[in-house]
Design a protein around this ligand. Structure first.
Ligand code: AMP
Ligand code: MG
Length: 483
């Protein structure tokens, strides 16, 4: 079973204070909830042998070569520095390199307490684990960088949250599990030498193309790259209508993946100030604040490098954020509108559209999909999303006038727009239905949903219901942030 890939454990080559070696705490009577056949095959695993992974998922068994450890990190949570963080319920198991040469960190989330658990029980519940599984796969198929879900198991063990819930674990895989918070830890608790060690480790494993550069340039180029990836990622979130919910610096991936799925949401009715995390009363992580928060997190990262890089270099690297964010967002939004030519009025056309969608609480995903298929289906699917249709007509008239400058044929534009405006997204209520069924031991709802989300841009006539507006009960669901 383990022949398809090469095994390594390079994180444990770092100085010992970076982690604690630890075994998972076993769970009882595990069942496989989901297994990602395609991802497994690409990593060199045989999907036919998926049941062999259940005991690993439950922390009952380790395969030879696994050397689990909990990583130490810190971070800013809601703007306040917390020195007491780390893998409180997850363990880095090993790293593998598959037949395609890609390396993967395996991280078992929900594996029991660690020295960094504070008051937590080290566990994850079925509800939040399935939410992470579903969303990370949805994001991947939308083309947005993310950690992936390899498999998840549920177990008999009760876990106390607001009520008693079912324990579960997720084998999360990613090119890297290093967070901005890892650098904050070395900077504030260890010192510049260890920050350099972590930097060089990160560059060696995840940014090998920079390794040969001489030092000041190597670090500056690296920070520019991290800042650029972060800005690009947040622009992708904004364009697809994704709200992360807990953009603490310990939830920011150093390679620019969407990382640590909590009370996230895809927007249904467009509300610029939408807050998906109901404990975030001030709306720090509201949808329209994400771009700024992404930058603040990059500042935290830069701040942790002040003893290994010149202040000017740090500032220079940070400047990449705004330019990258603006250009990525503009190009993504223009793509969503099917605009290939340049016009100086494009940004105001886009921003006016956002104001209008906000005012009219227009369903974000259906609007852009409806706009995409206007050539073949006409205006009705778009107009019908507005309470005041005359406002839709006014904007559509402006848009139509702008389209006159385009050279592509309508049918060609329709195809291009359908390739960037998803028909299927992970609406909160769909996740909720999958969770309710999973909690009674029925996993087919989740499996079917995962199949739909694998092809978000395709018309799937048999799955039309998944693209419908949410039912009344499914709007504004309060997602518990306990997980
Ligand atoms: P999160 O809000 O999930 O990003 O987690 C913030 C911090 O709390 C991290 O250091 C986690 O490892 C830790 N944590 C979250 N939930 C638990 C839990 N049930 N038991 C132990 N630690 C936890
Ligand atoms: Mg976290």
């Amino acid at each position: 079973m383990l022949n398809g890939f090469k095994i390594d454990n390079r994180y444990n080559q770092l100085p010992e204070h970076f982690y604690t070696h630890l075994q998972p705490t076993p769970l009882q009577e595990p069942k496989l909830v989901c297994f990602n056949d395609e991802l497994a095959a690409s990593m060199g695993l045989d999907p036919a042998q998926k049941q062999d992974w259940v005991a690993v998922g439950a922390g009952q068994q380790l395969f030879e070569g696994m050397d689990p450890l909990a990583m130490k990190y810190t971070g800013h949570q809601f703007g306040v520095y917390n020195p007491d963080l780390g893998d409180g319920r997850g363990l880095l198991m090993w790293e593998t390199t598959g037949p395609d040469g890609r390396r993967w960190d395996w991280h078992l989330k929900g594996a029991g307490t660690t020295p960094y658990s504070r008051f937590g029980d080290g566990r994850a519940v079925l509800r939040s684990t399935l939410r992470e599984y579903l969303c990370s796969e949805a994001m991947h198929h939308l083309g947005i960088p993310t950690t992936r879900a390899l498999f998840m198991v549920s177990a008999k063990d009760p876990v106390m949250r607001e009520s008693i819930e079912t324990a579960a674990t997720l084998m999360r895989v990613a090119q890297s599990h290093i967070r901005f918070g890892h650098f904050e830890y070395t900077a504030y608790h260890q010192g510049p030498e260890d920050t350099r060690v972590l930097l060089d480790h990160t560059i060696r494993l995840h940014f090998p193309e920079l390794e040969a550069l001489p030092e000041p340039e190597r670090y500056r180029r690296w920070l520019e790259e991290v800042v650029t990836r972060t800005a690009r990622l947040v622009a992708q979130w904004q364009a697809v209508g994704f709200c992360h919910g807990v953009m603490n610096s310990d939830n920011m991936s150093i390679i620019g993946d969407t990382f640590d799925y909590g009370p996230y949401a895809f927007l249904d009715d467009f509300d610029a100030g939408f807050i998906c995390n109901h404990t975030d009363q001030g709306g720090r992580y509201a949808y329209n604040r994400q771009p700024q928060i992404g930058f603040i997190n990059c500042q935290y990262l830069a701040q942790s490098l002040v003893h290994v890089m010149e202040a000017d270099e740090l500032r220079k690297a940070l400047r990449c954020y705004e330019t990258t964010y603006n250009s990525t967002f503009e190009s993504l939004m223009k793509g969503k509108l099917g605009l290939e030519t340049e016009d100086e009025g494009d940004m105001s056309l886009i921003m006016d559209l956002f104001s209008l969608m906000h005012e009219q609480r227009v369903d974000y995903t259906r609007f852009f999909r409806g706009l995409s298929t206007r050539h073949s289906r006409g205006d009705a699917p778009v107009r019908d999303l507005f309470v005041d249709r005359s406002l839709a007509d006014d904007w559509l008239a402006r848009y139509e006038a702008r389209l006159q400058q385009e050279t592509a044929a309508g049918s060609q534009r329709e195809k291009a727009m359908c390739a960037v405006n998803p028909k299927y997204i992970l609406r909160n209520y769909l996740a909720q239905e999958a969770i309710q069924d999973a909690q009674t031991g029925h996993y087919e709802t989740a499996h079917r949903l995962l199949e739909v989300l694998k092809r978000p841009f395709d018309e799937q006539p048999e799955n039309e219901a998944y693209a419908a507006l949410p039912p009344d009960w499914g709007k504004h669901l309060e997602i518990s942030c306990s997980s």
